[in-house]
Write a protein that binds this ligand. Structure first.
Ligand SMILES: Cc1ncc(COP(=O)(O)O)c(C=O)c1O
Length: 386
């Protein structure tokens, strides 16, 4: 069997239906949406239509949608833009300790500008501790940023409760919802979020297009300036094919949501049940209950996660050790550290994320190959230590 992809939280293969929708924007509908002529104006109308469609899906306002190049850019815009524009309100903000590196790095960058932030800790299951969140709020806290679903361990955060806390204290609330599609029904109003980020390539759309939901009643400073597109919040020529692809992929994801969830849940649960029967000394990182149905993050005692990843890759099986961003630098995952994993297990985790194009036969094959890999590496590891 060739190329089994179990890294769907890193990126997904584009859906053919999405690609077909995008193609005319490379071939015939290539006008710049800011141009005054027909080819441009037609695309300008299309962008507005896409925003309306997305707004319906997420129960928000079309006018608050800003297209970006990625969720990384959306998160940078929201964290830096909101803090920089609201200095009169305060200089303090809160982020969870398990945020994606683009939120962590944006927060750290603001320290140099005199802003201050605190991390909200998580419990051993990887869920933010609401009491700690409440205790860390200060009179000058401007923004709370907590991701909807963690990218490494798939844990679902208590977004509705956090929204309530934020609103009761008159604090702006951002959630990075990148990993939540379509597992959770995004609801801007019910969640009481002011800001939200999404990324097209995580739900079978194209890479290179993201979205920031921005409550335009709140002041925000752009990070990319120039031609003034997106009401001045994000300059740069609109990525037409990307925007159309993003919208189509989001719509399909929610239309086929229940069927999709059933499928990945079945594959994920089957995989986990079989591994437990067939491989000793493995542990799950994060809660099995408060977690999206596509994700397993497993620790394999006495083996390096990297060694498993490379061995599986040689067999044509693609997984990851954590987020795609941490794959380049072999440091310990801050998420794994935050949930209190002991030192001996620290580097021994592998993330398996199931998706639309996986099937039962593939999963059975991966189990077989993984058993071989683990047995071989454990033999090698015990020989090294004896
Ligand atoms: C939770 C989360 N936030 C942000 C990002 C960054 O998204 P993008 O690839 O669009 O920059 C990712 C991607 O790994 C993610 O998982």
């Amino acid at each position: 069997m060739k190329n089994i992809y179990l890294d769907n939280a890193a990126t997904t293969k584009i859906d053919k239906r999405v690609l077909n929708k995008m193609m005319p924007y490379f071939e015939t509908k290539y006008g710049n949406a800011s141009s005054i002529h027909f080819l441009g104006q037609e695309n300008d109308l299309e962008i507005n239509a896409c925003k309306k469609e997305i707004a319906k899906v997420i129960n928000g306002e079309a006018n608050n949608i800003v297209f970006t190049s990625s969720a990384t850019e959306a998160n940078n815009l929201i964290i830096k833009g909101v803090m920089r524009a609201n200095k009169d309100k305060g200089k303090h903000f809160l982020i969870s300790i398990i945020e994606h590196p683009c939120v962590l790095a944006s927060a750290r960058e603001l320290l140099d500008e005199g802003f201050e932030f605190d991390y909200i800790p998580v419990d051993k299951n990887g869920v933010v501790i609401l009491e700690e969140l409440k205790n860390k709020i200060r009179p000058d806290t401007v923004l709370i940023s907590v991701m909807t679903v963690n990218n490494e361990i798939g844990t679902i955060q208590p977004i509705v409760e956090i929204g309530k806390i934020a609103k009761s204290k008159n604090i702006f609330f951002h959630t990075d919802a990148v990993q939540s599609v379509p597992y959770l029904k995004i609801d801007i109003k019910k969640w009481q979020v002011d800001f939200l980020s999404l990324s097209g390539h995580k739900f079978y759309g194209p890479q290179g297009v993201g979205m920031a939901y921005v409550n335009k009643k709140i002041k925000i400073k752009p990070i990319i300036v120039g031609g003034g597109q997106e009401d001045g919040l994000r300059s740069g020529t609109y990525n037409m094919a990307g925007i159309v692809g993003f919208t189509e992929a989001l719509k399909i994801s929610y239309k086929e949501r229940l069927e999709y969830i059933k499928k990945v849940k079945f594959l994920r649960n089957y995989f986990w049940k079989e591994l437990n029967k067939k491989i000793k000394n493995i542990k799950l990182n994060g809660s099995l209950r408060d977690r999206t149905p596509n994700n397993l993050n497993i620790m394999f005692e006495s083996i390096e996660g990297e060694a498993i990843l490379i061995d599986l890759s040689l067999k044509g099986i693609y997984v990851s050790t954590g987020s795609a961003c941490s794959a380049q630098n072999l440091k310990v995952s801050s998420v794994i550290k935050a949930i209190g994993v002991s030192d001996e297990y620290m580097n021994s985790n592998i993330r398996f994320t199931f998706g639309r194009y996986n099937n039962e036969m593939e999963v059975k094959y991966v189990i077989k190959k993984l058993i071989e890999t683990v047995n071989r590496l454990r033999k090698f590891s015990s020989a090294k230590h004896s």
